[in-house]
Design a protein around this ligand. Sequence first.
Ligand SMILES: Cc1ncc(COP(=O)(O)O)c(C=O)c1O
Length: 339
Amino acid sequence: MYVDLRSDTVTRPCPAMRRAMAQARVGDDVFGDDPSVNRLQEMAAELVGKEAAIFLPSGTMANQVALRCHTEPGDRVLLEEKSHVLAFEAGAPAVISGVLPGPVPSVRGIMDPDDVLRAIPPQNVHFAPATLLCVENTSNRGGGSVYPLDVIDALTRLGHSQGIRLHLDGARIFNAALASSTSPARIARDFHTLSFCLSKGLGAPVGSLLCGTEETITKARRVRKMLGGGMRQAGFLAAAGIYALEHNVSRLALDHDMAHRLWEGLVHTGWEAQEPETNMVYVDAPGAAGTVARLRDAGVLAIATAPDRIRLVTHLDVNREGIEAAIAAFAKIRTYGSA
Ligand SMILES: Cc1ncc(COP(=O)(O)O)c(C=O)c1O
């Protein structure tokens, strides 16, 4: 049995979640007839303080549908330079929306509003106009980092003052809310849309939601259909999402505690690692691929995100024993083999 710290997406549904899925009331969601999907969408919209929500198969589709709803081909989308939308969605903004990325630098994934302002081009026929700003909270490649609320507010003020629409990639919005002692609704308050994932820390097998105004979500339904994301008896999946929202949000605190313990243990054994703000620990490891292979031999799964960086993520399928085992594996590698 491995301690699997590659991602918070590796979790498997618990027996109670499986029962909820098996017993779900379903209908054809493309006709809007699936009671479980409808309930999940209503729950999601209420939870994040938006008028409406749409259930989608993945976080990638949720983000890309948002981009398509907010932009026209030839527009510029401002986003953090290592953000998921820009770096890890297979070039979808170019293909699906025909937009130009306007990358913004960051410190640990957190953009400075002044840098965003600098990335906005003058209004002049030579330039692709910036019409959308995407913010990723928590920031994955930033180390699971969390935007301070005053930075969120400065970014949304900037967007509104410049007539730029705002999308929040809140794949891990519940981790962000917990870490900043606020609610997802407060974080999302001044964004036009928010996407969040059920299949990350919340433990559902599939699914994300895009939330916004009725008008935007109506448009999103057409874009989802166009992309082949209209699902029929999707209530089986929605039931897992409802279970996740009802049972697995508050326990994210445990993931944050485990990440912190992991970080402490690694630093204690001589590794350099970024102190976690949520459920991710990024470790400096020259020769990261080799270290990942040695960790696997020692029973721990991790991901090399760069030649010199390893990512470890805590989630509901690891426990404190597993974390101690991972620390012991790192200690062993440090002692017996070069990193
Ligand atoms: C910040 C962020 N946004 C979006 C996604 C995309 O989610 P999915 O894998 O469901 O497409 C991920 C996936 O890891 C992510 O970390």
